[in-house]
Design a protein around this ligand. Structure first.
Ligand SMILES: NC(=O)c1ccc[n+]([C@@H]2O[C@H](COP(=O)([O-])OP(=O)(O)OC[C@H]3O[C@@H](n4cnc5c(N)ncnc54)[C@H](OP(=O)(O)O)[C@@H]3O)[C@@H](O)[C@H]2O)c1
Length: 343
C-alpha cells in the first residue's frame, strides 16, 4: 500500500484527491492537512465522503511521512513549502501553478513576481502522462498542468506532433470554465447572484494557462478565458490554420495515432446527435478528456475541441494517474468512473 498525504485537503482539489485516493486499491490516505480544520472530521467539509472515511484533518506539523504528497495549495504557498514536503515524502505532486513554467522570465511575465525556488524548476516533470509518460516513471517532483491548459494541449497535441499546423499563425484558444475552477474561497465573483447566468470574460489576454500551452506545444498560443454557468467542467475551442494540402483524413489519422491507446483520451467523432463534439457535461467526476475537431478544408481553418472535468482530469485525476505511472501501477487504477448521463 502506498502511504499518501494531501495538503490543502479542505479545498475543492483536496476534496477530489481524497475522493479518488480513498477509493484507490493501492493507496492509504495517512494525512489530510488543513490549517483551518485540524482535528475535525473530513466528511464535515466534504459531505460526499460520509461513511467512506472516519479520517480527521491534521496540521502540517502532525502530517506523517509518506510515499507521496499532493500539494493542493494556493499559488505561491507551494513554492514556500516545497522543501518541507520534499523532505517528508518520496514523491511530491504539486497541483498549483508554481512549478509548471520552466522559464523564470515567462513565470515573471505571467505571475507578475519572482519565483522563490527557481533552481527546482527543471527538476519538475509535467503530470500529463499522454505527453510525458516515460519521464514520469522516474520523477520525484511532478507538476500537474492547469485544467484549461490540459484540455487545450490534448486537443492540439496530435496536430503539432504530426506537424499539421501553420506555425506562423499559432493557435488561439477560447476556454470556458465552471465556477469550481476558482476554488472554495468565497469572493464576490462566486456569489450565486453574480455567477448565475454569467458568461463572464475574466481573462481576455495573458491567462496563465496560455504560457503552459505554448510551453508544452512549442507553438505560439493566445488564450481567452470565460466563466460560464456550470459548477464543474472546462472546454477549450482551439483555432488554428493548417498547412496547405492537409485534409480531414490527415487530422483524423493524427488523432488516432496519438490517442488510440490512451486510456483517458477519447476521440469524439460522430456525425449526428447533440454530443458530437466534446462536452464537459458528460465527463463530470470522470478522468476522461474528450477531444474532437472540425475542419473547413476550403479555408484551412481548424477548430480542435477539448473537454474535461476541471477537478478530475484537469487536476486531481491527472495527479493520481501520474502517481500510478510513477509507481508502476496500472495507469487506470482508482480512476475508472465513467461520468453520469443524464445529469
Ligand atoms: N479548482 C480547480 O479547478 C483547479 C484545477 C487544477 C488545479 N488547481 C490548483 O489547485 C490548487 C488548489 O485549488 P482549489 O481550487 O482546491 O483551491 P481552494 O479550494 O481554495 O483550496 C486551497 C486550500 O489550500 C489551503 N490554504 C489556503 N491558504 C493557505 C495558506 N496560506 N497556507 C496553507 N494552506 C492554505 C486551504 O485550506 P486550509 O486553509 O484549511 O489549510 C484550502 O482548502 C490551486 O493552486 C489551483 O490553482 C485548481
Amino acid at each position: 500500500m502506498l502511504r499518501v498525504t494531501v495538503v490543502g485537503a479542505a479545498g475543492y482539489i483536496g476534496g477530489e484527491l481524497l475522493r479518488l485516493l480513498l477509493g484507490h486499491p493501492e493507496a492509504e490516505v495517512v494525512g489530510a492537512v488543513s490549517s483551518r480544520f485540524p482535528g475535525k472530521r473530513i466528511d464535515g467539509v466534504h459531505p460526499n465522503l460520509r461513511s467512506v472515511t472516519d479520517l480527521t484533518f491534521c496540521s502540517a506539523e502532525d502530517a506523517p511521512e509518506s510515499d507521496a504528497v499532493f500539494l493542493a495549495l494556493p499559488h505561491r504557498v507551494a513554492m514556500t513549502q516545497i522543501e518541507q514536503w520534499r523532505s517528508r515524502a518520496g514523491v511530491v505532486l504539486d497541483l498549483t501553478g508554481d512549478f509548471r513554467l520552466h522559464d523564470t522570465e515567462v513565470f515573471r511575465r505571467y505571475y507578475g513576481e519572482e519565483h522563490l525556488a527557481p533552481k527546482l524548476l527543471d527538476d519538475f516533470v509535467p503530470g500529463l502522462p499522454e505527453l510525458y509518460r516515460e519521464r514520469l516513471r522516474t520523477a520525484d517532483l511532478i507538476s500537474v498542468p492547469g485544467c484549461m491548459a490540459t484540455a487545450a494541449v490534448l486537443a492540439l497535441h496530435p496536430l503539432v506532433a504530426h506537424d499539421l499546423i501553420d506555425p506562423e499563425r499559432g493557435a488561439q484558444v477560447d476556454a470556458k470554465t465552471g465556477s469550481s475552477g476558482s476554488g472554495a474561497t468565497a469572493g464576490q465573483a462566486n456569489l450565486h447572484a453574480e455567477r448565475s447566468g454569467a458568461m463572464r470574460v475574466f481573462a481576455p489576454t495573458r491567462h496563465r494557462h496560455e504560457a503552459e500551452i505554448a510551453q508544452h506545444l512549442g507553438l505560439p498560443a493566445a488564450m481567452t478565458a470565460t466563466g460560464v454557468e456550470a459548477v464543474r467542467g472546462a472546454q477549450t475551442l482551439c483555432h488554428a490554420t493548417l498547412r496547405p494540402g492537409v485534409g480531414t483524413k490527415d487530422v483524423r489519422r493524427a488523432f488516432r495515432e496519438c490517442y488510440a491507446a490512451e486510456p483517458f483520451v477519447r476521440i469524439v467523432a460522430h456525425q449526428r446527435g447533440i454530443y458530437r463534439y466534446p462536452d464537459p457535461k458528460i465527463l463530470l467526476g470522470s478522468n476522461f478528456c474528450d477531444v474532437g475537431f472540425a475542419l473547413d478544408e476550403d479555408t484551412r481553418r481548424l477548430s480542435a475541441i477539448g473537454a474535461l472535468d476541471n477537478l478530475v482530469k484537469g487536476g486531481a485525476g491527472n495527479a493520481v494517474q501520474s502517481l500510478n505511472v510513477r509507481m508502476g501501477l496500472p495507469e487506470t487504477l482508482g480512476l475508472t468512473f465513467p461520468g453520469l448521463h443524464p445529469l
